[in-house]
Write a protein that binds this ligand. Structure first.
Ligand code: 5GP
Length: 194
């Protein structure tokens, strides 16, 4: 998605070998105009697939997921990473290792919001090693919900997440695909390489 690629080049910051800081528009300050354009992109790709719910993970998956949900006219659920006084039982849970924080979080989704009648679109902000997506897939498995596909805002294609998820048979739409960081500069996967 051209608009997103331009924004990454303008405001993204490469940290070390393999992290992109996107605090200006995605991970801290949020650009709602960009989020809406991205939500519409997810919605048009996954339209007519009978999707009943969008499942994401807090915090940064929520904004793009909500705009996709608005366009598709369906609810958005976010898996919680933090203990909540009101979310204590009747849960689907699994462990997710965080790529950026280096810690393992237990994530939880209430059984009230996901079940075997659901056909789910997973959305997240970044795809690196695929741990977050796999955690959300596991939540859907526990709920016996089926999966329509996975929407990712920024995929780092040099890390194994996409390949692993494709091998599991999932349909993945990534709005920006990063091939490499070359001397601190973001290089995208070229059209002919897709
Ligand atoms: P994975 O689970 O695929 O290894 O990593 C995806 C998760 O880690 C995302 O939910 C995101 O929060 C975080 N993440 C992975 N790589 C990056 C990155 O380069 N920049 C930022 N800001 N977050 C990342």
């Amino acid at each position: 998605m051209k608009l997103l690629e331009e924004r990454i080049l303008k405001d993204g910051m490469v940290l070390g070998e393999d992290i992109l800081k996107a605090d200006n528009f995605l991970n801290h300050q949020i650009d709602p105009v960009l989020m809406q354009a991205m939500g519409n992109e997810f919605a048009s790709y996954f339209a007519n697939k009978g999707i009943t719910k969008i499942l994401t993970i807090e915090t940064s998956g929520i904004a793009p997921a909500v705009f996709a949900g608005l366009e598709l006219g369906i609810p958005v659920i976010f898996a919680r990473k933090h203990k909540s006084l009101t979310l204590i039982d009747n849960l689907y849970t699994t462990n997710v290792h965080s790529f950026t924080k280096g810690v393992t979080n237990k994530i939880a989704v209430s059984r009230n919001f996901l079940d075997a009648t659901d056909h789910v679109l997973i959305i997240d902000d970044f795809l690196a090693n695929g741990q977050a997506a796999k955690g959300l897939i596991e939540i859907c498995r526990q709920a016996k919900a089926s999966l329509a596909g996975i929407g990712i805002v920024i995929e780092k294609s040099f890390q194994p997440g996409r390949k692993d998820l494709e091998e599991l048979g999932f349909d993945i739409l990534s709005l920006a695909r990063i091939r490499a960081f070359e001397k601190g500069v973001v290089k995208f996967v070229k059209e002919e390489e897709k």
